[in-house]
Design a protein around this ligand. Sequence first.
Ligand code: NAP
Ligand code: 3JN
Length: 334
Amino acid sequence: MKNKNVAIVGATGAVGREFVGCLESRGVPLASLKLLASARSAGQKQTFRGQELTIEELKEDSFNGVDIALFSAGSGISRQYAPIAVKAGAVVVDNSSAFRADPAIPLVVPEINAHRLKDHKGIIANPNCAAITTLVPLWPVHQANPVRRLIISTYQAASGGGAALMEELEQSTRAYLDGKPYEPKVVKHPYAFNLFSHNTAIDMATGYNDEESKVIKETKKIFEDDKIAVSATCVRVPVLRAHSVSMTFECERPITPQEVKALLAKAPGVRIVDDWANNYFPMPKDASGQGDVLAGRIRKDLSDPSGKSISMFVAADQLLKGAALNAVQIAELL
Ligand code: NAP
Ligand code: 3JN
């Protein structure tokens, strides 16, 4: 990326700020960096490598001279501006759901399907964060012994709802501890010391919310396997940052926890945290601020006498591997 002019769309957001952080911490050599957001933020300053950059308002001509555009300003903005960026000559890595289901657009997790990058026609989609967290540690297993059925329950942090939801968790927790009333502004339910079903719309026909439907569809697309049966229950928990996932999967043939552990020990992007003696397993606190998916509680699913099923618990920083880091890894590969 040495001679590349890079733009970040949504640079003031929870993901956008991590884009800047990833480019900085990974020492990605760029020619220039342009920070774009709404008119509300235009003129604000952000520091990149000790240099003060001014946030610019996103406009149709924002992409002139831009080689790589990293988008995280929601699917509406992506639908409107990604084609404009491509027309101006940029390659777009898009963090939203806008293009994920489009069969002509690669949906990429570098540890799984980097080979799909060669198919891009200007836009590459970054998967949903709960999908990335689940699939990075599942992929090495799937390759060795195909996963036929997957059941997950997620424990999703406030960070998945953006900067405003992180603030709501902090403020409502403070109010609760101070014995003061707090009227929820971002989500419908009290967040402090509570949890609730993921705050996306429910499909009245199936009872699944949007987040669950995304994970189900994206798993099939990323694994290039329509036969894999997936069910998901996505839950928002009062954790500030980093998503966790409890999963049980059934493989084609019998598989042992030892085999899974051996596969994960050499899997890129996975770190095993599985200390049975000390009851130390993946936690959002440990996952926060680092790029690996932590995997542990790797054990036999005792409900399946065939020996083909395993349960495990994973955690990953949703803002990093779930969003910004995955997109920056894609940009580096480009
Ligand atoms: P956020 O903290 O609410 O940030 C939203 C960003 O979008 C801000 O920079 C905001 O700019 C900008 N924005 C909003 N309206 C805009 C407009 N009209 N023109 C230009 N910029 C505009 O949300 P976030 O958590 O960073 O997430 C942003 C998006 O990234 C999500 O909507 C989602 O599509 C995607 N995302 C993906 C994943 C994933 O799993 N891959 C995870 C999280 C998020 P202002 O500050 O100026 O308002
Ligand atoms: O809720 C979470 O933990 C992850 C949220 C992701 C998200 C939030 C708003 C809009 C998405 C996404 O990436 O699927 C979108 C979207 O682009 O649809």
